[in-house]
Design a binder for this molecule. Sequence first.
Ligand SMILES: NC(=O)c1ccc[n+]([C@@H]2O[C@H](COP(=O)([O-])OP(=O)(O)OC[C@H]3O[C@@H](n4cnc5c(N)ncnc54)[C@H](O)[C@@H]3O)[C@@H](O)[C@H]2O)c1
Length: 284
Amino acid sequence: MAAEVDGAGRDVDVHQVVDGAALDVALHPVRQGLVALVTGGASGLGRATVERLVEQGARVVLLDLPTSPGGQLAKELGERCAFAPADVTSAEDVGAALTLAQKEFGRLDLTVNCAGVGIAVKTYNSKKDKVHELEDFQRVINVNLVGTFNVTRLSARLMSQNKPDADGHRGLVVNTASVAAFEGQVGQAAYSASKGGIVGMTLPIARDLAPLGIRVVTIAPGLFSTPLLAGLPEKVRNFLGQQVPFPSRLGHPAEYAHLVQALAENPMVNGEVVRLDGALRMQP
Ligand SMILES: NC(=O)c1ccc[n+]([C@@H]2O[C@H](COP(=O)([O-])OP(=O)(O)OC[C@H]3O[C@@H](n4cnc5c(N)ncnc54)[C@H](O)[C@@H]3O)[C@@H](O)[C@H]2O)c1
């Protein structure tokens, strides 16, 4: 058995034996040149994920809208990052992004679905006698839910071509829902429906792809400090942070990226929705 010293100076057994099998055989260290596709990679949680993966030694296709700063960011991150200008709702665009992954980096091991949009509109506002526009509802469902499914189905086809490891593992898809999937607030009908759809499809897709050795896991973040919330006044941001039991603050995008890496490295997590929210339960 080999031993290393961890950050706290303790001896750590890196070849721990569990039920007679060496644990490290099944782990998938990101540093081993993993190839990832991250949607919504130009901003917020997606951007933090791209940065962490590249820093850890992975090669990453950063997918985001052509109007996003994704091209500039990919350039700054160097040759281990390529930009795919694409809309997640387009089969053609996502197909081109996957072709880029194959052409540039030869394979695909990990897809992280971070692209998403949100709106705050009441189902019916009696004071203004205004009903929720159907087009707005459909747009949010289309980007958040249909877009996630589109990227997942096409990623699965490319991942299925990977040579399986000793465990039969070929790849992982990480989706991003929200705590709004469980505790949607006033005005979140469309957003919550889209995120609830992501939660609902996590297990069936994991079951669909299990015979291929492809895992599917969904992260449901609470409140994170991304451009989505950056526009709010400092007072409101502080108030939101105080709603979180512990730690009482907004989450850092790097904490989301850290969980993506942990999920990539631990092959036993599958078909599950993981809340990342400091025990937050949203009020109406
Ligand atoms: N920030 C939070 O507190 C929070 C909480 C829960 C869930 N989420 C979810 O996490 C994900 C990322 O959120 P964020 O805060 O980083 O948002 P963000 O706005 O900072 O980033 C979202 C990115 O998605 C891209 N995008 C939007 N529509 C797209 C499309 N059709 N095709 C391709 N790219 C598209 C945008 O250009 C943007 O770069 C979203 O799905 C969001 O719903 C965020």
